[in-house]
Ligand binder design. Structure first.
Ligand SMILES: *Cc1c(COP(=O)(O)O)cnc(C)c1O
Length: 349
């Protein structure tokens, strides 16, 4: 059997496993669904025809999504998590050998699917302040087929404004895929622009602010022409009936969603303030804490690995990068545990 190297060279995605009492590594919402909503979902579960295939276009979930975000349902494609949509778009909107522009650091799955689709990936490094170098990005896109990045960014927590996105869109001809997985926490979405541009796809997910990481529902928003292509390219029954029903139910709960989102923003600012304070006290150990546009913070430090491992020993999971740590805003209690542990790690013996 002759297996291609693109397959045999793969390193499986390696999420943290094991038992941690505090999980601040995956950028999930810290709100589980309220029990009343879980009961409502349990009732609806009984009404599902389990012997029947799900709705191919996930109409109920798509309509609820479109209603919550104020877009037309004709512009929305549902996916099995936005992850699936990233894979479909990279695989089907580009040819083998096509050129995909990404930035570094950003979400690792962009490069992962690009490699499986045998694309040429061009990575534009970020500036020293971890912001996207827009001029370099625009230059790299001139002979590219597509560009993809997250805004605001995982892992840096920083974003580019609408006016910068506009400058990008007006200066490139390639497909522009904007992953707005964390845009609920900021206010620079371009989701309402999809009918103004023939080449814009915006990705959103239920896994972060909406609090449904368990359910695997993501959405691509684009003009009807691109939407028709995405719907044609996806597998017909990519979202199961149960996930569709849960996403529809939860996306119809505007006040709950807005409450949870606002609370997470408050907790993120609180974490940012507290860790910035630690960085002022221990400047040799913590370099910079960036003002977050997301539900997590990024801390630049040369001691990322050491701090990460010490926290892990105490049952606290954060995400480690070569140049820093990404820490999701948990509950107040989780933050207190994190901050106490962090302070003990940083304090001289
Ligand atoms: C978490 C995340 C996603 C994944 O979303 P799913 O819908 O759970 O697949 C996509 N993009 C970025 C940048 C993320 O951080």
């Amino acid at each position: 059997m002759n297996l291609p190297e693109k397959l045999t060279a793969l390193k499986p995605y390696d999420p943290i496993t094991g038992s941690y009492s505090v999980r601040l590594d995956a950028n999930e919402s810290y709100f589980d669904l309220p029990n009343v909503l879980k009961s409502k979902i349990a009732d609806k579960l009984e009404q599902i025809d389990f012997n029947r295939y799900p709705a191919p276009l996930a109409d109920g979930a798509v309509n609820a999504f479109a209603g919550y975000y104020g877009v037309s349902p004709d512009c929305v494609t549902a996916g099995n998590g936005s992850d699936e949509l990233i894979g479909i778009i990279e695989n089907c909107f580009l040819k083998k050998g096509g050129k995909l522009v990404t930035v570094s650091h950003d979400f690792s799955m962009y490069g992962f699917y690009a490699a499986l689709s045998e694309l040429e990936t061009v990575v534009v490094p970020k500036k020293d302040n971890l912001q996207i170098d827009l001029d370099a990005l625009i230059a790299a896109c001139q002979d590219a087929d597509a560009v993809i990045f997250s805004n605001p960014c995982n892992p840096t927590s920083l974003g580019i404004t609408r006016s910068d996105v506009k400058r990008l869109l007006e200066n490139v001809n390639c497909l522009v895929i904007l992953d707005e997985a964390y845009m609920d926490f900021w206010d620079e979405s371009v989701i309402s622009w999809v009918n103004d541009y023939e080449n814009l796809i915006v990705l959103r997910t239920c896994s972060k602010a909406v609090g449904l990481a368990a359910v695997r529902m993501g959405f691509a928003v684009a003009n009807p022409k691109l939407t028709a292509l995405m719907r044609a390219a996806k597998s017909p029954y990519n979202c199961d009936s149960i996930s569709q029903m849960i996403a529809e139910t939860v996306l119809s709960e505007r006040s709950l969603l807005e409450y949870c989102r606002d609370e997470m923003i408050v907790q993120t600012q609180r974490l940012y303030t507290a860790v910035s304070d630690l960085a002022r006290r221990f400047p040799a150990l913590l370099d910079t804490v960036y003002a977050p546009r997301t539900n997590f913070i990024f801390v630049k430090t040369a001691y990322a690995k050491e701090i990460y491992e010490s926290l892990a020993k105490q049952g606290i999971a954060v995400r480690c990068f070569p140049n820093g740590l990404r820490i999701c805003a948990g509950t107040r209690r989780e933050q207190t545990l994190l901050l106490t542990a962090l302070e003990n790690i940083l304090k001289p013996e």
